[in-house]
Design a protein around this ligand. Structure first.
Ligand SMILES: [Zn+2]
Length: 332
């Protein structure tokens, strides 16, 4: 059985090709696991597809791997990947039937994989990024809290009364959907989305479900609907923007282990006394985020803020009811 002990690589910044990303054990050069699982690469033909890393260097999905010991690879990573692969074959119903903790772990592993790829690079003295993540104490503190909960992949763990993330599942209408796979993550805000065929998963990784509650009404309106891709883009903009103004970092504490315990229990605290949970909503900042997400449709800020009090919406009508959209035709 796995020892009930968390691994903490942050105090010594133990990010190298010689340490398993998940447990810290020594690894040989061959002991690696793909950040984007082999099944994903096969199913969506990603192996040779290019991927832009944080330092603007280019790699491919096939080349992006992280150090992982045999034990973690075979006992923890592969079983999780197999479970997600099987569930995702059943479409949205399959993914909805999963324990959301599994989706958190799965998304978290991809997020953390891209993060530590950056941290390993920054440890190389020949690489001098302009704003190294490894020298930002606030970000490192956040990553460290995140890694505690991500270790539920390896160490038996109960979360006392929370899920560390907010998770949204959307279904895309096939009518104008041309993308089988898409992935988007933002390192600092920890917002993540991945499209698997007709299903889009959007996740804010370290908010203890707060963003999910804040956007709960909108999310409920999307459920049972097949959304147009432009509606999905707007939904993503709202979630990513909420992650951007999210202003607190949850902290996690282990309860003392007693003899006979079979798992670690984590409690959580959010300090919402010294900080507001959300920074104020700013219309232009949101409009920028939406513009970014709407790039494939070439919709610019001017159009988004045609009514300066109310940004353009493809999801909601004037009464804030769901607005069905079968096809989108740009007027020009
Ligand atoms: Zn390991």
């Amino acid at each position: 059985m796995t020892e009930l002990k968390l691994y903490d690589p942050f105090p010594n910044m133990q990010f190298s090709d010689k340490h398993c990303f998940l447990c810290g054990a020594h690894t040989e050069p061959d002991n690696r696991t793909p950040v984007f699982a082999t099944w994903l690469q096969d199913r969506y033909k990603l192996r040779d597809k290019e991927l832009l890393l944080l330092d603007k260097s280019i790699t491919t999905y096939g080349e992006l791997t992280i150090p992982c010991c045999d034990q973690c690879h075979t006992q923890h990573v592969i079983p999780l990947e197999e479970e997600i692969a099987a569930a995702s074959e059943q479409g949205i119903a399959g993914l909805q039937a999963l324990d959301p903790r599994k989706l958190f772990q799965w998304i978290g592993k991809m997020y953390y994989g891209t993060l530590i790829t950056e941290l390993i690079k920054e440890a190389d003295p020949l690489i001098m990024p302009q704003n190294p993540v490894s020298e930002n104490p606030k970000m490192l503190g956040k990553f460290r809290e995140f890694f505690k909960v991500l270790q539920s992949m390896r160490v038996p763990m109960a979360f006392s009364d929370f899920l560390p993330c907010s998770l949204f599942m959307l279904e895309v209408s096939p009518t104008q959907d041309e993308l089988p796979f898409e992935y988007h993550d933002e390192l600092t805000t920890m917002a993540f989305s991945v499209k698997l065929g007709p299903v889009v998963l959007v996740c804010t990784l370290l908010d203890n479900g707060i963003i999910g509650k804040a956007l709960g009404k909108l999310y409920r309106l999307t459920q049972g609907q097949q959304l147009h891709p432009i509606q999905v883009a707007e939904f993503k903009a709202r979630v990513f923007y909420a992650a951007y103004i999210f202003n607190v970092i949850p902290e996690y504490f282990e309860r003392p282990i007693k003899p006979g315990d079979t798992h670690i229990t984590l409690d959580t605290i959010i300090d919402d006394v010294t900080n507001e949970v959300f920074n104020p909503w700013e219309m232009t900042a949101y409009a920028h985020m939406l513009e970014e997400m709407l790039k494939p449709w070439d919709i610019r800020e001017k159009e988004i803020l045609a009514d300066p009090t109310k940004p353009i919406s493809f999801l909601l009508d004037d009464e804030n009811n769901f607005k069905p959209l079968e096809r989108y035709q740009k007027l020009s």
